[in-house]
Design a protein around this ligand. Sequence first.
Ligand code: PEP
Ligand code: CO
Length: 484
Amino acid sequence: MGLDQVPTADRDGSCLKRPSNLGRVTDLVPSLDALHALHPPQQPVYDDPEAVEAVLSKLRRLPPLVFAGECDRLKGAIAEAAAGRSFVLQGGDCAETFDSVTAQSIRNRLRVLLSMAVVLTYAAEVPIVKIGRIAGQFAKPRSSETETRDGVTLPAYRGDAVNGFGFTAADRRPDPDRLLRVYNASAATLNLVRAFVQGGFADLRTMHSWNADFVRNAHVSARYEQLTAEIDRALAFMVACGVDSGAFRTVDFYASHEALLIDYEHALTRIDSRTAQPYNVGGHLLWIGERTRDLKGAHVEFMRHLRNPLGLKIGPTAKPSDVVALADALDPDHEPGRLTVISRMGASKVRDLLPPIVTAMEETGRKVCWVCDPMHGNTFASETGYKTRSFDDVTGELDGFFDVHAGLGTWPGGVHIELTGDDVTECVGGVGEVSESDLSHRYETVCDPRLNRQQSLELAFMVADRLSALEHPRSVPDPETFDF
Ligand code: PEP
Ligand code: CO
């Protein structure tokens, strides 16, 4: 690891212990006070500012969760996707919860993402950049400040990073100590993810067991079993030929979350001793959400100074000129892999709204990674009162996204999915034919509805079919660097 990132600043940038050749965070990043002066939206209002300050000064001293070099490596991998040589799979919970920091929950989420990655790699013959919405996705933007139930109005739930999901005044009070719990929960999650992906869980030769408990005869499981059998045969062939690379046993897996809470994200920013540049060390990739992408706002002002790869979510109100201006602010040097634009237009709008944006960006000469989030533009309330999404709308937006890029000659760089490894019933449709009346069986999300494991794999096969139909370079992988 090396002492790459050391804590370097308090609120106004005066220094803690640090190597003398390194600058302060606030020499290179706006101070927290300057950011608050921009009135960032979607921030909790705490009732005890001193308690907040005490938490932030603890966070500033805690060790990094990720290393700057890993962020650079991910940037390089995203640059490949932006250039049309690989594909990004980003997925995980809408909102992680402290209760879901268990071995089983983390394993299940990882398992579904790795299974999807194998499907995409093998069926489409494209290298996959694997990024979880994990180990930091604890804060949520909300469309309303409050929630009313049976005539009682309380502050809205803003994610476990801010307050509790329970509908009581005590639960809904924003509590700054939760920021330390976010750090600890993220550290514990990342620790297990690293152990799993490096320690044998991701070994391709065990993949037939990952989904062995699938319902028999379902179309998806049959296709998955066929694919694992083919991979087993291919691996056996390679081993027989003398190729038995460690690369079949481990994968690169990255962590991402929406950088929503300015206090937390600022406290997790460090100066990298290799480059003397500021990195957010709370996750590899951070994204700016649809509700906080104001060009002059605190989130853009803060994140444009970080050296991590960045995501930018854009919804149906984004104009081509807005996206170009945001790209200029966040990526003035047109750095390969720096910017991933995640569109979430809705199945009925993507064909109209995305092309002018892609065209305007292409005209500037920059190459960003275009990712489709087919979830957030397709949410509706079921007759039974559940927030849900239909699998057909999700695949419909993906189809639109692939069609738009095919029409413009640009590369569809990836997908961004809300999913879980458990067999929940939150989105309707798919081969399991979850109906509106099934939603109550296992509706467990605290925020947006997620695809379950079967729906996620079905989606992976659908994306693989679209990808494999595209013209793209198919190279023979180098066994030393091969990563499914
Ligand atoms: C999310 O990704 O959970 C989210 C809130 O998305 P968006 O910013 O696109 O609405
Ligand atoms: Co969501």
